[in-house]
Design a protein around this ligand. Sequence first.
Ligand code: FES
Ligand code: FES
Length: 157
Amino acid sequence: MKLPVKMTINGQTYSQDVEPRLLLVHYIRENAGLTGTHVGCDTSQCGACTISMNGQAVKSCTLFAVQADGASITTIEGLARNGDLHPIQQGFWEKHGLQCGFCTPGMIMAAQQLLERYPRPTEEQIRHQLEGNLCRCTGYHNIVKAIQWAAEQMAGK
Ligand code: FES
Ligand code: FES
């Protein structure tokens, strides 16, 4: 049995019938073809699958696609505007906030919510807010610097 779901992803409407057990992350990657959202674990711990759903950062592997029926979703592909990187994306570039890069989309989506809550975050606040996102290779130092850089840019606008 399939169920109809309709949602907006990065401003585009997607409408399909899906298996009720289909996870939102698989819907985004396979049905919508947006592979910037990664799957890093099967235990809801790594945060690589983080997206914004109705303005909230959520782990898309913890939801079924049918639970997102009617939702407005933004993925990493939806952040750049007219070819310009989002300040958080630019911050990861400027401060080299990555090594393998696998965790980066989820980090950036989590950082977006972080900067909404704390426009001028302390290092402690950044580290605390990113606890749900695991990066296995950088030690977080440059990720913190990237988010601080983005906060400065966004505050200056
Ligand atoms: S894939 Fe969702 S938390 Fe790891
Ligand atoms: S940059 Fe490699 S896991 Fe984060």
